[in-house]
Design a protein around this ligand. Structure first.
Ligand SMILES: Nc1ncnc2c1ncn2[C@@H]1O[C@H](COP(=O)(O)OP(=O)(O)OP(=O)(O)O)[C@@H](O)[C@H]1O
Ligand SMILES: [Mg+2]
Length: 326
């Protein structure tokens, strides 16, 4: 069967984001316009669609490019730690605060602060954040002296802030401050032509690392990749290719080197009354499928996801990371 070689592809590159689909060309225009203004931008999009990269691109393309860019994942801290991370703290503010520390707000002064997973900010921190957006001033945790900052805020979420507002889990006033402009990153499966471009871009990157050199795809590999919905988007594509590079060999990427989901192998291993005990690899696959399912059911919101799975938020975060879903 004939093999697929790297095609010649016209590529646009917006500060590290590569694409060729019409959807992404429109997005690059929007990002460029957003970058030229100073307004707060909310990035919406499924996991792995490039929200982090887009936030960095807006910063890099705008007038604040020479100033700091700082990012925080709001889902990975409890309320007290997140407040300290953002606003800093003074010595003795809480147990363990043995010295004063500047928060990300101050570190990003004159630059950009990226609030990733913004929907997960606890309500009390939301109130403090609103004040910074309104008055550009805040008190460090435990401090009595106010600090002024000049910041642009970019935030990202894959949940609907409106829905969270209606269930009173997100402040409406804060939502309006954050989503002055909303930019939606399309899912990989919606982006015509980008799967091909990104596959070869990522293969080039892996080839440059000096190990296995891949120059062709088998027809069935490419068919399976095209048929797959890529719920983890570009990050998942990257993980699938990395794993194929490590586990396989030779110049051609073959179907059996792809992950079970891509080969259309689901949890059937468990069907039938006499199913054998699962292998560890099958367990990992089932865990991943369960994570994706709960993700879809809960719209990617960490707290209800952790509750549905019966694990702590930090365990959930660790598992999502381990499976390449964040
Ligand atoms: N347009 C692109 N071109 C090249 N690489 C990309 C592009 N978009 C995303 N990536 C890569 O895909 C991976 C996931 O991107 P990123 O972390 O920005 O996604 P995300 O939307 O922030 O994901 P999450 O919701 O899980 O935080 C990263 O390795 C990033 O470099
Ligand atoms: Mg991200």
């Amino acid at each position: 069967m004939s093999l697929i070689q790297r095609p010649e592809l016209n590529t646009a590159n917006f500060h590290g984001m590569v694409a060729r689909s019409p959807q992404m060309m429109r997005l690059f225009l929007q990002l460029g316009r957003a970058a030229n203004s100073n307004i707060n931008v909310l990035l919406r999009g499924e996991s792995g669609t490039g929200k982090d990269l887009a936030a960095q691109a807006i910063h890099a393309a705008g007038a604040r490019a020479g100033c700091p860019f700082r990012a925080v994942n709001c889902a990975s801290f409890g309320s007290e730690l997140l407040a300290s991370e953002l606003f800093g703290h003074v010595k003795g503010a809480f147990t363990g605060a043995i010295r004063s520390r500047d928060g990300l707000m101050l570190q990003a002064d004159h630059g950009t602060l990226f609030l990733d997973e913004v929907a997960e900010i606890p309500l009390d921190v939301q109130g403090r954040l609103l004040r910074v957006l309104q008055d550009r001033r805040f008190f460090p945790v435990g401090g009595s002296r106010e600090v002024s900052v000049d910041l642009r805020i970019i935030s990202a979420t894959n949940s609907s802030l409106r829905e969270l507002v209606s269930s009173r889990r997100f402040r409406e006033d804060l939502m309006y401050r954050l989503r002055v402009v909303v930019v939606r990153l399309p899912a990989l499966r919606e982006r015509v032509g980008d799967l091909e471009l990104l596959t070869w871009t990522l293969i080039d990157k892996l080839n440059r690392m000096g190990g296995r050199q891949v120059h062709t795809l088998s027809q069935e590999t490419w068919r399976a990749m095209q048929a797959y919905p890529w719920p983890g988007n570009i990050r998942e594509l990257d993980n699938v290719l990395q794993s194929a590079f490590v586990l396989g060999e030779g110049e051609t990427l073959s179907l059996d080197e792809l992950t079970p989901e891509l080969r259309g192998e689901g949890p059937e291993v468990f069907s039938g009354a006499c199913a054998a005990l699962p292998e560890p690899a099958d367990l990992a696959m089932l865990e991943r499928q369960q994570l994706v399912k709960v993700w879809q059911e809960q719209g990617g919101r960490r707290v209800p996801m952790a509750q549905a799975l019966g694990v702590s938020r930090s365990t959930l975060y660790r598992k999502l990371k381990a499976h390449g879903l964040i």
